[in-house]
Each structure stands twice: as structure tokens, then as C-alpha cells.
Design a binder for this molecule. Structure first.
Ligand code: ADP
Ligand code: MG
Length: 454
């Protein structure tokens, strides 16, 4: 059967496509007792591609070939799914190589364990691109790094996900460590701190816990919004914080929002978090995103031209982590297909991602844009409020969402606070009707469509 498939795809695809996607696959020749055929791919990348583009085709051929309906199961042949691997024709050498890879990864993890500060050496000031979005935060961070315990204490960095808070925090730690190798530094994610408190509780070892945390020169606690509602943790942290600040030891904190906005945080911590310098990191603008991509490429010795960087940066706007993810995807694609990096290649590699993202962005965009336009809260887009001042804009937003996205009525209802699809349909009909009878609604609607289409 597989032989027939291969012949078929050889006809259908060009040589490169065939070699890239089809040739590396392995398919069992006959179905097992559950009428399942196992199809294995060398990596996640090929697997996803097959899932998206070829699996239907292969299944169809299988239905025509076998007397009974068969199901095709996809797996990666190097994965630790040893059950799946066992009955395929994977050479044992490959398994050994995979095992070795796992062992060496484990080794890397273990050796990280002996790094008492837990700092990531790659997160440095040098590797951190500056722009309008983060220049204040970076300036504050540099001052703190140069004069720990003296400049601002604590330093509180806040901003959305993937904007560089963790990076900046590590950069300070790395800087301090480089200038004072004896400094006792500890980076800890707030969740880890919480679980440390829990285990101190279980083992009645708070003395040890205190001894450790209170004796640091520099304490970095990442994502303190995770302290929310954890009272015992907050109490313990309150002591640690006071002890360190009194001893002029530096404390650095990050959070996804401003201290006052962290719900479930004790007032005494909220106020203390604001004692030093509080700085925000904003999402980077286009040029900065390009600069970040070029920087990442330079660090990894990759030849990325500006056009390609612009293309990626223009389309990935959410945050730096996503931006890095997109670059990695393009690189993987380039390595995989053996083609050099280019604009064309980037377009191809990101095609699916962008399709998904466009849909995602637009509904949030629509809600925000409409809310801003009518000067109401975005939250009113999901709220149950029925007052005309919020209900009408909400209906307009739903109508716009139906016009500008591929989303189904139930999907739109879901995005608007879990409303029923009939509510969306009703909103749509209502607005369409009003547009013919009420010129101001029609004007608002057209303006919004215009803004959103850019
Ligand atoms: P956050 O902690 O705010 O969620 P991170 O610090 O983990 O974000 O950053 C996510 C990724 O983006 C990291 O790999 C980081 O190196 C990178 N990054 C973020 N901001 C910058 C920047 N200004 N310059 C270079 N890389 C950045
Ligand atoms: Mg972080």
C-alpha cells in the first residue's frame, strides 16, 4: 500500500516537496487489529505538515485500498513513545542516538542545578535591544546593576508576557555577578518560591529557609503576581523583603501588572513594592522588533536580511517571545528544506501561523477598537450588562466580527462572554437593519470597518 502511495505522491508533487515531506515517512504495510496504520515522521515539523496537508489524502487512498475502513495514526519515530517505535522499522542506531540526546539534555539540566544563582548567562544587557518601549526600564536596571542596594530598592519591573522582564532581571544579576563573583545572588520564579515555602512548612524548616533567603545580596523574584492569595508565602516574603532592604541588599521583582493591580496581595506588600523604582516595559514597536530579530540572528550567527526581518516583525506584533518563536520556525524550515533564508522562505514557513494569528488578533482587536471608539471598557464586550450604551457597541462589535473574521457564530458568541450563537445572529440582523434606518449607526459601522481594515 505504501508503495502505491509513494508512487502517487511522486506524480503529484515536485521533487523537492516529495523528498522533504513524503520520503522520510514510514508507514506500516498492513493495519493492526484495530484497523490502524501507524505512520511515522522524523520530527514534529514533518508530522504537522503531513497532518495539515497530506493525511486526508493518505487516508482516502487507504480507504480505497483496504477492504475495511482504516484509521491512520501519526507519530514521530524518534520520540520516546517506545511503544510506537518498537514495531516500526526504525534502525536501532537511531534509537541509541535519541537516547544519547536525551541523556545529554539531562546532563545539561543537571549541571544547571549546580548553578546556585539560577541565572541564565544568555540574558545580558548586551543581548537586550533597547527602544522606546523599554528604555526607562533598562535605564533603571542599569543603575541598579551598578549600585545594587543603593540606587533603587526594590526595583519593580512590570509589563505583559514575553516583553523582556525576565531577561532584564537576569541581566542585572549577571552584571552584578560579573563585577562581584562572590555576591550571593538568587533568581527565583515566584511559583518556585511558593513551593519552597510549602516544603519549609512540611519539613518544619523555616529557620533554614530564612537563613538562606535573608542572607542573599541580591534576590530576584520573577512574576510576583503568583503570590496572589498565598498568605503564608506573602508573610514569609514580607520578612525576607524587610530583612534584605534593611541590610541594603537589592531586591528585584517583576509582575505582569502594576503592584496595586495585583489582586490578593497584602497591602503592606503592595506599598513596599512601590518603595523603590517601578518601571514598565511596553510592547516593542516595529523598528524595535526588527532590531531584536537582527540581534538574535547575529547572536546565533545567522544571515538574516532586513527585508525578511521586516516581514516577520510586521506580522508578529504580540510580543518578543512570539517574535523569537517565528524566527526559530523560519530557521527550522530553512534547515529542513535546505533553502537559504529569504523573504519567500519566511512567507512559506509562517503561512499557517499567520493565518491562525490573523484570526486571533482580529477578534481582540475588534473588541478593543470598538470599545475605544465608544469610550467603554473592553470588559463590557463580555459583560452581561444590557444598558444601551454598552449593548449597542457590543452588537456592533459582533457584527464587525462576523464581517471581518472567518469565525463561526458560536465562536463569536464564545469570544463575547460565552453568548449563544442566536444572540450573535440577532445582533447582526439588528445592526444591519439599523444601518439602513439610522445614519449615525451606519457611519460608526463604516468607520470601524475602515479602522480595522487598516
Ligand atoms: P517576560 O519575562 O516579560 O515574559 P522574557 O524576558 O522571558 O519575557 O522575554 C521573552 C524572550 O524575548 C526572551 O528570549 C528574551 O531574550 C527576548 N526579549 C525580550 N525583550 C527583548 C529585548 N528588548 N531584546 C532582546 N531580546 C528580548
Ligand atoms: Mg518572565
Amino acid at each position: 500500500f505504501w508503495h502505491a502511495c509513494l508512487e502517487h505522491f511522486k506524480q503529484e508533487l515536485n521533487g523537492q516537496q516529495f523528498n522533504t515531506w513524503i520520503k522520510p515517512l514510514k508507514l506500516e504495510s498492513s493495519p493492526d487489529e484495530d484497523n490502524t496504520l501507524l505512520l511515522t515522521a522524523p520530527n514534529r515539523f514533518v508530522l504537522q505538515w503531513i497532518k495539515d496537508n497530506f493525511i486526508m489524502h493518505i487516508e482516502e487512498m487507504a480507504q480505497n485500498h483496504f477492504p475495511e475502513p482504516v484509521h491512520i495514526k501519526l507519530a514521530i519515530y524518534d520520540a520516546q513513545e517506545s511503544g510506537a517505535v518498537a514495531n516500526t522499522a526504525v534502525p536501532t542506531k537511531k534509537n541509541e542516538a535519541a537516547k544519547e540526546a536525551v541523556t545529554s539534555r539531562l546532563r545539561a539540566v543537571t549541571s544547571k542545578k549546580s548553578n546556585p544563582s539560577q541565572l541564565n548567562p544568555n540574558f545580558t544587557f548586551d543581548a537586550f535591544v533597547t527602544g522606546k518601549a523599554n528604555q526607562l526600564a533598562r535605564a533603571g536596571a542599569i543603575q541598579v546593576a551598578e549600585r545594587p542596594g543603593i540606587a533603587y530598592n526594590p526595583l519593580f519591573i512590570y509589563g505583559g508576557v514575553g516583553l523582556g522582564k525576565t531577561h532584564l532581571m537576569h541581566a542585572i544579576g549577571n552584571y552584578v555577578l560579573a563585577h562581584d563573583p562572590e555576591a550571593k545572588i538568587r533568581y527565583v520564579h515566584a511559583e518556585k518560591y511558593v513551593s519552597d515555602v510549602v516544603s519549609a512548612y512540611q519539613h518544619k524548616s523555616f529557620d533554614k529557609f530564612k537563613l538562606y533567603y535573608h542572607s542573599l545580596d541580591l534576590l530576584l523574584v520573577d512574576d510576583v503576581q503568583f503570590f496572589s492569595g498565598k498568605n503564608r508565602t506573602q508573610e514569609e516574603f514580607f520578612y525576607a523583603f524587610n530583612a534584605l532592604i534593611e541590610a541594603h541588599k537589592q531586591v528585584i521583582l517583576t509582575s505582569d501588572c502594576y503592584p496595586k493591580e495585583i489582586s490578593g496581595l497584602e497591602e503592606r506588600l503592595v506599598s513596599r513594592f512601590g518603595w523603590g523604582l517601578t518601571v514598565a516595559i511596553e510592547p516593542p514597536e516595529l523598528e524595535m522588533r526588527v532590531a531584536i530579530l537582527l540581534k538574535k540572528a547575529a547572536i546565533d550567527n545567522i544571515d538574516l536580511d532586513e527585508n525578511t526581518a521586516f516581514f516577520i516583525a510586521k506580522h508578529i506584533r504580540s510580543n518578543v517571545r512570539e517574535l523569537e518563536g517565528a524566527l526559530k520556525r523560519v530557521l527550522a524550515y530553512s534547515r529542513f528544506t535546505g533553502q537559504p533564508l529569504s523573504l519567500e522562505l519566511a512567507k512559506e514557513a509562517l503561512k499557517d501561523l499567520l493565518a491562525v494569528q490573523n484570526r486571533q488578533i482580529s477578534i481582540e482587536n475588534i473588541q478593543k477598537t470598538v470599545a475605544d471608539y465608544y469610550k467603554i471598557k473592553v470588559a463590557d464586550m463580555y459583560s452581561k450588562k444590557r444598558a444601551r450604551v454598552v449593548a449597542r457597541p457590543r452588537q456592533i462589535a459582533m457584527t464587525v466580527a462576523k464581517e471581518l473574521t472567518q469565525l463561526s457564530l458560536p465562536d463569536i458568541g464564545e469570544a463575547f462572554g460565552g453568548r449563544d450563537h442566536t444572540t450573535v445572529l440577532h445582533a447582526y440582523r439588528k445592526i444591519m437593519e439599523l444601518r439602513t434606518s439610522d445614519p449615525s449607526i451606519n457611519r460608526d459601522y463604516n468607520t470601524l470597518i475602515h479602522i480595522l481594515r487598516g
